[in-house]
Design a protein around this ligand. Sequence first.
Ligand code: SF4
Ligand SMILES: [Zn+2]
Ligand SMILES: [Zn+2]
Length: 317
Amino acid sequence: MKCRVCRQAAVIDVRRHNAYFCEEHFVRHCHRQVERAISDHKMLNSDERVLVAVSGGKDSLALWEILLTLGYKADGVFIGLGITEYSDDSSRFVERFVKDVAAPAGGSLVRLDLQTDFGFDVEGAADATGRAPCSACGLSKRHLFNTAALNGNYHAVATGHNLDDEAAVLFGNTLRWQTDFLRRQRPVLPDGNGFPRKVKPMIRLSERETAAYCIVQGIDYQVDECPMSAGNSHIRYKEMLNMLEESSPGSKAEFYGGFLRNLAPILDEATPDGETQRTIRPCDQCGSPTDNEVCSFCRLLQRVRPETSPTGGTRSD
Ligand code: SF4
Ligand SMILES: [Zn+2]
Ligand SMILES: [Zn+2]
């Protein structure tokens, strides 16, 4: 097969675009998709500083590399979660990426560790709360990404959520008609009330494309899934959507893109300024914005290490 642009031998097909690309034009295709997501959804201005939440996986490392290549002032933040060898391996992939790719392009890394900095790990939090590990993990990541962005005066936090991720989350939210979650499922959540802006510049690229991008660009990444993700419903939704995509290329993009075009504006009209109706105040213990006296991260700390006092002096949720 031949590249759609230059007619040289192709290395990948992107069926939803009905296109084949050589390496060079596949890389350009990926850059263009990220640029389009950023401009269509007004995610970032070219002079803004962005903090990329990196896990060591393909999506977040590809995102950081693309933002640096496109000229954004992009730094990374990595959180050691203490999930056995998985977290150690993830950390090594991030370190190597910083040394080989990010640092030479001007990017630096903010490194946090749940055990060292806060005295617990994800499994310990799951035991203490009696909830799924992903619950404490997700809550901690949201809080610490926000905190790192605000402490470092970044304009936005960028995450590597791709088209497959967003379509699977949308499927789950729609299956249960979780309208509050649907309303917040946006490629951009604006800043305000003490929270930084959140952006998802990879929403126009599939998981397969981000993996191929890393291979073509020589970005080494953590291939293994987090061991805590076994049985996760999103993995099942992704498998189902992959079956649909196989028989009808473009289904995922239609599903998610159609939601953004058709349903999201209606949800906005039905609940105007829904976010601002929450009464946001500083957490009594850490100063983070919250709609409770104590933010959910400080409440988690009280449960996982009740003998010590919670965080002092940091901001965010
Ligand atoms: S699968 Fe769950 S525990 Fe593992 S990194 Fe993701 S949210 Fe955290
Ligand atoms: Zn080409
Ligand atoms: Zn707090």
